[in-house]
Write a protein that binds this ligand. Sequence first.
Ligand code: F6P
Length: 366
Amino acid sequence: MSIKRIGILTAGGDCPGLNAVVRAVSKNALKHGVEVLGFKNGFDGLVRNEFINITNHTVSGILTLGGTILGSSNIANPFNYTLPPFGSPETPRDLSSVVMHNFKENRLDALITIGGDGTLHMSQQFVDMGMPIVAVPKTIDNDLSATDQTFGFDSALAIATEAIDRLHTTAQSHHRVMIVETMGRYAGWIALRSAIAGGGDIVLIPEIPYNDNVIVNAILERKNRGKNFSLVVAAEGAKNEQGEQAVARTVAGSTDAIRLGGIANKLSQMIEDKTGIESRACVLGHTQRGGTPTAFDRWLSTLYGAKAFDMVLEGKFGYMAALHAFKMTEVKISDAISNLKRVDPHGEEVRAALEVGMSFGSAEIG
Ligand code: F6P
């Protein structure tokens, strides 16, 4: 099949590196004389038929730019569409046929979707309806098992690590406990790796249930050793032994409606009450998704983008570009969405953290 025209979209939560992928796909496509339509705000652009014609000029200078020039959305789900004027949270609609129609009307030969878990699910649904899609895995959470690393994660990790470094000095000056809340949804990768890189004292991740008393004892034990400050890194999805997580809000229309958040403030109060040591919470939030990508993410995004268009030329539809042992490869989208990649509580990263004296706030692990 000869490829003359492709669509591209960025969906889900944004992250550093999206523009670098858009650039790599587009440059590769334009070099082959293939037209590129950039749909706006994820799948919403295919519902509303809103797009830009991407030229070399459009993608010039965007390699280092954070965010996405195409816009993104983590609530525009064509299969459960809640956005006005075509839908509402009360009366969600299935507008997948509109997307199929617009795809055909625009005479597209393929679509490249750049997104995380939710986007991959929608992509697979459209693949099942006959749309030729190649996917690129994005998420700061790094929770996709089918690839060694998603782009965006390294940048989020760098931001979280720098924040921990900065909080270290102020915690030390004021003899306080600082609790840093990182993102990551149901996976503890950002928290664990930034805590290891930043020398955190206690790290709480969703994969290892914590106990308040173990956290308190770890802080008091440090104090007894003359360390009159502590750094706690808490993943937003960390759970206590009762399985309770801090939920900030729910978002109608999103493939996963739950938005986690609030654990740092909760822990700060508990720690201050139980230890008598002044405590402060710092929620890193969306700073972890903003700004310029790291060198690694620029490299990885460029490889992903170039590979994704090569896959279109090879007719590898229903597949996702993936990184395995520093080499680009392909996996079925359906395989990529079947398993979340989570921290192994008995794996070498947790063991290394324990060996350098970190606590996971758990009596079971440690
Ligand atoms: O999946 C990326 C992510 O940043 C998660 O780490 C976080 O839980 C969520 O998205 C936040 O979503 P929103 O941008 O809707 O607040």
